[in-house]
Ligand binder design. Sequence first.
Ligand code: ZN
Length: 247
Amino acid sequence: MLEKVEGVIIRTQNYGETHVIVTLFTDKVGKIGVIARGAKKPRSRMAAISQMFIHGQYLIRTGRGLGVLEQGEVIQSHRRIREDIVLTAYASYIAELTDKLLDEKTPNYFIYQQFTETLKGLTENKDPLVLTMMYEMKLYKIAGFAPILDYCLRCKRTDSINSFSIKEGGVLCKNCLHIDPNHVPINEAQLKLMRLFSKVGVERVANISVKDDNKNLLKSILEQYYDEYGGLILKSRKFLKQIDLLS
Ligand SMILES: [Zn+2]
């Protein structure tokens, strides 16, 4: 069956001498793997449409097993991302995270839209770390391990919240923080920011101003949080860390 989908390439893998297996994150059918025949041959028309981060309209042949990429038309090439090592590092990270956390062939239009907005934000010079964290928190919800941020996860009160517990998966109030000796103290601004990141769409990133200290604290919390619950090793995170050390 031939199917027309809109999607972004979130992974590419060489297959044999000349082919490439492309993972597409699509609006209608979710995440799918398709083979782009001859995509490694120079001047192949497939090569032009099977690069990482390309957002396009694709015609795919589906059936049993791996689909086949028949044709494609570029909507956004995102060449700027591929040509900039910092942007590549961030985009690779969110692409890998998406690939790891979403089930195959399970569409989720909201995440799809947030993903394309994140890439767009990266090309528009919006804060890459803020974009990434906002997207990440949306993804954690879908993956089923979003932290509890609205109330103390032990006593459910909504006031006097002053710490985050990686182990318990959310925030704790001043009376309950003792249940996790490794809790991370957070102030009101940091709590507010965390809630904002988890609730507000990535497209509104320009309206959010974040102090470096807060940003770095949230980054460290999210990293530890992912290690605890995401559980899958991300190659792209190592790359992102190296880039971070350079800048
Ligand atoms: Zn409490």
